[in-house]
Design a protein around this ligand. Structure first.
Ligand code: C5P
Length: 402
């Protein structure tokens, strides 16, 4: 996908061992439609040659402030104005310090002073240098001035140390660039959603639950954040990492999920009920572990109904958010989904047929039809990320026409 079509990225490379990854990074950016102008510090050229960077970027590398021929083709001020994004990768402790101090003692630092484009900094250095208070304060200074700090990652380092300070991998930096340039139709909107299963306790060690993995809800939270929304994710017990920038509230039971949803829904523009909430819970939770007995071959657990969270949100009389539900069905999908839309008084429902092998629960792909009062749209088979993005774009459309 040409996710970076026409975007002008000025890639500033300073002298760290991670510079060898810049050839790969440049290839991946260009593959996605970006134009990449490479600027190297003197030390960077010790780690990767300008010839390599020229070959992969398709442009002569700029490396000198005082080069008359380079200044004649595109002056350093023109380069600074040309960029849509300045990406410093790897950004060494020295480069970060020079930028923090506002120095202009080589081409790259001068360009950073002269640009009004957003600047992203991808730190890369030895873990001890990274932890050094001077480096930490310099990074905070850059962040305070509005520069984006991408990374570093942690792990094994070229010098043999282990810890934070690894430059993010090229594909992680590409993902940051894509997210940075992605349209933000949900900017200024806030979304709260439920995800995953609930656990209904029987006794201190047992519960009733379901197979929901939470993947669809987490994909929605991640994509909503990428589209610019402020996102709160109320999650049942799942083994998924919290998407970057998303506020997560962990709950176990349907009642806890209900409390969290009712607390947060009124202060958000959109509520999405994506959790697989248990419809019933044991009427009583045994205080001690229930023991099997020799004379009982069967046991009965008496159950009571849980509150319907999405319907309760949809029934809010004041500060009611735009409310979206999900319907996982095994038959008569359209009919059941439409009746849920009406009965729960939702603004939108996303229905999927979980009888189709490889879709729905636990899978990475999904196929969904979205219904609202006056229309419907089928979203063809795609990854949960893509489906999530399409659902959110539909929600964004509806918000702007409401
Ligand atoms: O009625 P059914 O469980 O099929 O409806 C599914 C939709 O309702 C989903 O959006 C789900 O998150 C929501 N739901 C809920 N609270 C319940 C049961 C379902 O929010 N107790």
């Amino acid at each position: 996908m040409q996710t970076l079509a026409g975007k002008k990225i000025l890639l500033g490379i300073s002298g760290g061992i991670a510079a060898y990854k810049c050839a790969e990074l440049t290839r991946r950016l260009i593959e996605r439609g970006a134009q990449v102008q490479v600027v190297m510090t003197k030390a960077a050229k010790e780690f990767i040659t300008p010839l390599t960077m020229q070959a992969v970027s398709g442009r002569p590398v700029a490396d000198s402030l005082l080069d008359p021929s380079a200044e004649a083709s595109m002056s350093h001020i023109e380069s600074a104005k040309w960029a849509d994004l300045v990406l410093l990768a790897p950004a060494t402790a020295d480069l970060i310090a020079r930028v923090a101090a506002g120095m202009g003692n080589d081409l790259l630092s001068t360009l950073i002073l002269a640009t009004d484009a957003p600047v992203a900094v991808s730190p890369a250095m030895n873990q001890q240098m990274y932890r050094n208070i001077a480096t930490q304060e310099n990074i905070q200074t850059l962040a305070r001035r509005g520069m984006m700090i991408w990374g570093p990652g942690a792990g094994e380092q070229a010098c043999g140390d282990v810890g934070p300070g690894r430059m993010l991998e090229p594909m992680e930096l590409v993902a940051h660039c894509e997210a940075f340039f992605a349209p933000k139709p949900l900017a200024g909107k806030s979304i709260v959603l439920t995800a995953g299963p609930t656990r209904e306790a029987i006794d201190p060690v047992r519960f009733i639950s379901n197979h929901s993995s939470g993947k669809m809800g987490f994909a929605l939270a991640d994509q909503a954040k990428r589209l610019g929304a402020d996102v709160t994710l109320i999650s049942g017990p799942v083994s998924l990492a919290t998407p970057a920038g998303v506020t997560r509230i962990n709950v176990e039971s349907a009642e806890q999920m209900y409390q969290a949803a009712m607390e947060h829904a009124p202060s958000h523009d959109v509520f999405i009920g994506c959790a697989a909430v248990a419809d019933y819970r044991p009427a009583n939770i045994a205080e001690q572990k229930i023991k099997k007995t020799a004379d009982n071959d069967a046991m009965t657990i008496s159950m009571v109904k849980n509150p319907d969270i999405v319907a309760s949100v949809a029934a809010l009389e004041t500060a009611r958010p735009f409310t979206v539900g999900f319907a996982a069905e095994t038959q008569n999908v359209a009919q059941y989904a439409k009746s849920k839309l009406e009965n729960k008084r939702l603004d939108m429902i996303c229905a999927n047929d979980v009888s189709v092998e490889g879709l729905g629960f636990n899978s990475n792909d999904n196929m969904i039809t979205v219904y609202w009062e006056s229309g419907e749209q089928s979203l063809t088979l795609a990854s949960k990320d893509e489906i999530a993005q399409q659902i959110l774009l539909l929600i964004s459309d509806k918000l702007s026409t409401n």
